[in-house]
Design a binder for this molecule. Structure first.
Ligand code: ADP
Ligand code: MG
Length: 600
């Protein structure tokens, strides 16, 4: 995206308040015209004075009054317009900044988990803050200065030719030369600045990554290493920034010199022309004033381009995120299925993350409403992907997933996901109160419903023990609670949602065996009467499942109950043997001790 199209897009974001924006733009034009009129009137007054002086008399007040009146009038108008423009530009810019921040945030929340897996949250946050504050600055400077400056340079500068074409031409040539110098500097610094921004983003990412893992850093005594790593990035930022600054110093010196040279040039040419009767003293004064004003304007425009170049990469990052389209989106005819029964069917479903290596292929199974099935298999065998397909983290490239016979792609995402509760391995709590975390499941839950959910997830006791009860703040990601407590809250949250379908993706794998056993009861209540998918590493967790799907390299290779699969002596039996170090279920004397069949 080129700088100008980026800028154009920044201006388009004013669209929400187009009318005010247009009024402000016109006010800027008027402002520029008024400012142009001032030196012209001033020159006229001087000419009037010098012509009467040449005639050996003083001008009468009546002769000067119209000119002075117009001058004062334009001056007052300029001041008033400038104040109004500044006031409203400020307000407009603030409002739009909040609007785009909200837009970005909502958009990012809608992006698929696969996007969030690939972009660090620290980077996303930095992009949001930098992008919106960069746009804020551009809008503000556009209305406060640049719009008027551009108008002055584009429309008013050529008008100076009508005042005196010789002086006008000199002024134009000088400004063009000056403009070229700046364009050259911009050109040299553009690529350099982009690398600075990249280092800045790495800085944000590194810092937020470190802060997010502070306990690892402290326990592994990595403080010095992490601090050094950050310092290294800082060195890179500075090393990349310095050459840019050098170029800007060149530009600043150029600006000062051009201002002086322009005044000197106009004065010399003006005097020479005056001696030949080709320019009046008033015109010389007018042009010197114009030159001062226009050079200030040009400097402003250049300063603006400077900011634009500095900010453009940030805004381009911002737009890049905004342009990321969620791969999974509501189809235009999507329907809200309201409450489903929960009969799930996978029909020849295949999915690949990269379009080459399949993560799951040709899955075909049906799960009755209310049934509990377990998914087991080595890490990376495709279990999470399968369930991701069920709640549309992504859509299959082949085949279809139906619930109650309806293709889930015909349902609205909201409608579908309202029907599916997910308890993840990492409970993921907000740094808010316990109650707010629970209400994520059901915003309008009554206190009785919350109490019941806590009871059933066996969280009531520990919540009651908290100093502030339900109002206790759980810390970032729920850090102030133990793993088992966090997971109980996550289950309570899913219970409040009360969905017909429940997914437990290694919900208890991060817990120790004792805590897991304590949670077993909570999980059983959570899944009663619902279609449930359990992914578990510890096979003890899934002993009760009527059906177990054994995954291997994206395929379901065995299906059956625990006993059937053990008797089959295939992959599952091997897994079971490895975990229990006996042939079958440990605490079951009837089947225990039976030697497993050798796996093929
Ligand atoms: P499981 O849950 O059984 O451990 P997954 O469904 O997570 O397995 O992974 C299945 C395969 O897909 C693995 O090969 C894994 O590397 C790959 N995979 C999982 N998530 C992603 C992702 N976000 N991007 C690319 N590949 C992925
Ligand atoms: Mg997984």
């Amino acid at each position: 995206m080129s700088i100008l199209s980026t800028y154009w897009r920044v201006l388009q974001f004013l669209g929400g308040e187009r009318r005010l924006a247009l009024i402000l733009a016109f006010a800027n034009l008027a402002l520029a015209a008024a400012q142009f009129a001032e030196p012209v009137l001033f020159g006229r007054i001087i000419d009037r004075l010098s012509s009467t002086e040449g005639a050996g008399r003083f001008p009468t007040f009546q002769e000067l009054l119209p000119l002075i009146g117009a001058w004062v009038g334009f001056g007052l108008f300029s001041i008033l317009a400038a104040v109004l423009v500044a006031l409203h530009s400020d307000r407009l810019a603030h409002r739009r900044r909040m609007a785009v921040t909200g837009l970005y945030f909502e958009h990012v929340l809608n992006l698929p988990l696969s996007f969030h897996a690939s972009v660090h949250s620290g980077r996303l946050l930095k992009t949001m803050l930098d992008g919106s504050s960069g746009m804020f600055g551009l809008w503000l400077s556009f209305f406060r200065e640049n719009c008027a400056s551009l108008a002055a340079l584009v429309f008013l500068l050529p008008l100076s030719l009508f005042l005196n074409w010789r002086l006008g031409s000199l002024l134009i040539v000088l400004l063009v030369l000056f403009g070229c110098l700046i364009a050259f500097v911009l050109h040299r610094t553009h690529a350099l600045q982009q690398s600075v921004e990249q280092y800045n983003s790495s800085l944000a990412e590194q810092a937020s990554d470190a802060l997010g893992n502070i306990s690892v850093i402290q326990s592994f005594t990595r403080i010095e290493l992490e601090a050094n790593a950050l310092r290294q990035i800082i060195d890179h930022v500075l090393a990349a920034q310095m050459p840019v600054l050098n170029w800007w110093a060149v530009a600043a010196v150029g600006a000062r010199a051009s201002a002086t040279l322009a005044l000197l040039g106009i004065f010399l040419l003006g005097t020479w022309l005056n001696l030949r009767g080709l320019a009046t003293i008033g015109q010389i004064v007018t042009f010197m004033n114009l030159a001062t004003m226009l050079i200030a304007r040009l400097e402003q425009v250049i300063g603006f381009f400077n900011t634009l170049f500095l900010q453009a990469p940030k805004m381009q990052d911002f737009f890049k995120v905004l342009d990321t389209v969620p791969r999974v989106a509501d189809s235009p005819k999507a329907i809200d299925p309201s409450r489903l029964h929960g009969r799930v069917s996978f029909e020849n479903v295949s999915f690949s993350y990269d379009g080459r290596k399949p993560a799951v292929s040709h899955l075909a199974f049906e799960v009755a409403a209310g049934e509990t099935v377990a998914l087991v298999g080595a890490t990376g065998s495709g279990k999470s992907t399968t369930l991701g397909l069920l709640h549309r983290v992504f859509d299959p490239q082949e085949g279809r997933v139906t619930i109650d016979g309806l293709d889930i792609r015909t349902m609205s995402l909201q409608g579908l996901r309202r029907n599916i509760g997910v308890v993840f391995q990492e409970p993921m709590l907000f740094a808010r109160s316990i109650e707010e975390n629970l209400r994520v499941g059901k915003p309008d839950a009554t206190p009785a419903e919350i109490a019941l959910a806590l009871e059933r997830s066996q969280a009531a006791d520990f919540v009651a023990r908290q100093e502030n009860g339900l109002a206790t703040i759980v810390g970032e990601r729920g850090r102030s609670l133990s793993g088992g407590e966090r997971q109980r809250l996550a289950i309570a949250r899913a219970l409040l949602k009360d969905p017909p379908i429940m997914i437990l993706d290694e919900a208890t794998s991060a817990l120790d065996a004792t805590t897991e056993r304590q949670l077993q009861e909570a999980l059983e209540t959570a899944t009663k009467g619902r279609t449930t998918f359990i992914i578990a590493h510890r096979l003890a967790t899934i002993r009760e499942a009527k059906r177990i799907f054994v995954f291997d390299h994206g395929h379901i290779v065995e299906t059956g109950s625990f006993d059937e699969l053990v008797a089959l002596g295939g992959r599952f039996a091997t897994l079971a043997k490895a975990q229990f170090m006996v042939g079958a279920r440990p605490e079951d004397p009837e089947t225990g001790g039976k030697p497993p069949k050798p796996s093929p």
